[in-house]
Design a protein around this ligand. Structure first.
Ligand code: ZN
Length: 161
């Protein structure tokens, strides 16, 4: 049993943190679709969905290390205010994206703004959190060649990006 790679898999899910707070949910929204075998969702979640039948529901527990990683103190850094573009009005709690020297996008949040220095946190917002997914497997279909070329799922009427 299992879902082959390059299928369009559609799920409903509610994601909760270790304390049961809802972080994200497809409830009252369109279900979520991804292409299987392409690392588009957490590997542990995909492993669990791969064992499900269409219509089945399952609670999947994922510890922080297998989720968005442990919280790292080293990911909190002080940066000289001059490094930030002048045209952005910086605020505490603001989320921004930095480009690393090798061109990788690195999202971060501004923790604290001082006169000359800004404290930023590169941890994923869900780092250090145990995760609970309540998942329902809604549908599995073949991906179209176009979807496979683009590397993402298209909507029912062809395209939506
Ligand atoms: Zn596309």
């Amino acid at each position: 049993m299992g879902i082959e790679s390059n299928k369009v898999v559609t799920i409903n899910f509610t994601l909760k943190d270790g304390e049961g707070n809802v972080i994200e949910s497809t409830e009252n929204m369109e279900p979520f679709s991804y292409i299987s075998g392409n690392n588009q969702i957490l590997p542990k979640l995909e492993d669990a969905v791969n064992q499900m039948l269409i219509g089945a529901k399952k609670d999947v527990l994922i510890n922080a290390a297998d989720g968005y990683g442990e919280y790292s103190e080293a990911a909190i850094q002080q940066i000289d205010k001059k490094e930030f573009p002048e045209n952005i009005k910086l605020e505490e709690g603001m989320r921004l994206i930095a480009n690393s020297p090798d061109g990788k996008q690195m999202p971060f949040i501004i923790n604290k703004i001082e006169e000359n220095e800004i404290t930023v946190d590169f941890n994923h917002p869900l780092a250090g959190k145990n995760l609970e997914f309540n998942v329902e497997l809604v549908d599995i279909r073949n991906a179209t060649p176009e979807e496979l070329t683009h590397g993402h799922v298209h909507g029912p009427d062809g395209h939506h990006h």
